[in-house]
Design a protein around this ligand. Structure first.
Ligand SMILES: [Zn+2]
Ligand SMILES: [Zn+2]
Length: 156
């Protein structure tokens, strides 16, 4: 059975090892041959590694692996929610796909990733799910304020 796009994307999202051993390996070999960093292109003094720094290594890994991408994005955004500006611990922050994967957003593209705090991420996700269900944002027009409690004189 052929895996659907959603399934394929989900596996890309977590661990795109096919690309890592294919395209990624080819890029690393080429970088070592030309003694230049595979991520930023800077000249290297050794051919033992294709990376100029740990930062470039993480960034390159993050193009293939979700956990590395998550780490790079959290650092890039200085552990700050890009929606409300709150700073948080790593464990209290999520890395969000600005353009949802379900709508064709790139799973491992740094331009499509941002740091959000849990509440902002939850709000964005539920807004997205509501919109996808076809419910207008904000829901149907609210009924005019009406007292819910019965007035005191109401017979029990
Ligand atoms: Zn580099
Ligand atoms: Zn937030």
């Amino acid at each position: 059975m052929r895996a659907g796009p959603a399934m394929r994307r989900r596996s890309e999202l977590t661990r795109d090892s096919i690309a890592w051993f294919g395209r990624g390996a080819a890029l690393r070999v080429a970088a070592r041959r030309s003694a230049s960093c595979v991520e930023c292109g800077v000249a290297l003094r050794t051919r033992r590694t294709p990376y100029c720094s740990r930062g470039c290594r993480w960034r390159f890994h993050g193009r293939f692996f979700w956990d590395a991408a998550r780490r790079v994005v959290l650092r890039r955004d200085r552990y700050t929610c890009q929606a409300c500006g709150i700073r948080g611990r790593k464990s209290a922050l999520d890395v969000d796909h600005i353009h949802e994967i379900a709508l064709g957003g790139a799973p491992l593209d740094y331009n499509n990733l941002q740091t959000l705090c849990r509440p902002c991420h939850r709000a964005k996700t539920s807004r997205f799910l509501r919109e996808r269900r076809g419910v207008r944002v904000g829901g149907p027009p609210a009924a005019p304020d009406s007292p819910i409690e019965s007035p005191e004189w109401f017979p029990a």
